[in-house]
Write a protein of this length. Structure first.
Length: 339
């Protein structure tokens, strides 16, 4: 019997296989209930007592070697990639579980699309900015309240380095990099030191648009605003401009649209007025042009800026701003879109 065991040990050592099926056949041949080793176990019963110990040890060795060899063959088959596991190359890839775009991205893309149709091109700038681009170059006086610690996040070791509080800083970045004509749209994240609640957050998103060329007038601005409002909220949408103040535009205005929830009749959303404010705008202050290296005698321009969360709320009536950054999958799945 010892000879037979030695023989099989040798045999096992030299086993080869070309496919998963070969390996399975070997497993059945050696290790299954009716396999060679089980049969030998049966024979083991009739081994004389004095040989039991020696033969028993060899049988155990045989069993482990066979198991190890089969495992090794399997492993090398899988590693060599020759695994014969059947891959159905004709199987359709669908249904694929697609994710959904974030509502802010959907609205951002829509805004970009509308402005691209008017010839605006994308621009961007850093979120960690310096005081110059966020404030000084945008004509903020030294003591303007927006520079106050309560609004702005400062980098502790460098009081000149801040998180931008508005995307208007990109206006300055673009102006210093090149001369008009400039026609840009810049979406991006902005930061303000606000307590987080359902209607305020320490970060949110804005889109800025800037057009500078010869003979740009307020009438051009108004037409672009009307076009934008109708494209974004439907062709029945009306706009109205109210005088306002921003350091970087003169004159400045805020734009309201007819409330798209009640159609202008008055509802809780528009507080019964029929109008909702959606953006700030104006003619670029000549000081801003000069501060950024553009000749204000030759060129004029307009700018506008809006909060993406605000526009998204109007489109989708999201009541709590915090929903936008909590990544609750049930909320996110509600937004399906083509873009
Ligand atoms: N930067 C302003 C804000 O954060 C928004 C704004 C108003 C941008 C008027 C403009 C503009 O470009 O002309 O509130």
């Amino acid at each position: 019997m010892i000879e037979k065991i030695e023989e099989i040990l040798q045999e096992i050592e030299n086993l080869k296989a070309n496919s998963e099926q070969d390996i399975e056949a070997l497993r059945i041949k050696y290790l299954s209930k009716k396999g060679i080793i089980s049969e030998m176990m049966n024979d083991f019963r009739s081994v004389p007592a004095e040989l039991k110990r020696e033969i028993g040890q060899k049988m155990n060795l045989l069993k482990t070697n066979a198991q190890n060899k089969i495992n090794a063959l399997r492993e090398s088959m899988q590693n060599s990639g020759q695994s014969q596991e059947i891959l159905d190359m004709t199987r359709t890839a669908y249904p694929i579980q697609l994710g959904t775009r974030h509502p802010l991205s959907i609205v951002k893309n829509e805004i970009i699309d509308i402005f691209s149709r008017l010839g605006f091109v994308l621009a961007d700038g850093p979120e960690v900015e310096d005081d110059w681009h966020v404030f000084s170059a945008m004509n903020f006086a030294e003591d303007h309240p927006a520079r106050d610690m309560q609004d702005t996040f400062f980098v502790e070791a460098h009081p000149d380095i801040i998180l931008r509080t508005h995307t208007s800083s990109v206006q300055s970045r673009v102006m210093e990099a090149g001369q008009p004509p400039i026609r840009i749209i810049c979406p991006g994240r902005v930061y303000r030191n606000e307590a987080i609640s359902y209607r305020a957050h320490c970060f949110f998103h804005q889109v800025e648009a800037l057009y500078i060329d010869k003979n740009v007038s307020f009438a051009d601005l108004k037409q672009v605003l009307l076009y934008f409002a109708k494209e974004m909220f439907g062709s029945d949408t009306k706009i109205r401009l109210r005088p306002s103040y921003f350091p970087f535009t003169e004159p400045s205005a805020e734009m309201d649209i007819s409330c798209n929830i009640c159609g202008g009749k008055g509802c809780p959303f528009c507080k019964g007025t029929g109008w909702v404010e959606i953006l700030g705008c104006g003619m670029v202050d000549p000081n801003v042009l000069e501060l950024n290296g553009i000749d204000s005698k030759q060129y004029t321009g307009y700018a506008l800026g809006m909060g993406i969360e605000r526009i998204t709320n109007l489109k989708y009536q999201v009541k709590d701003l915090r929903m936008f950054s909590e990544n609750d999958i049930r909320f996110l799945r509600e937004f399906k879109s083509a873009n």
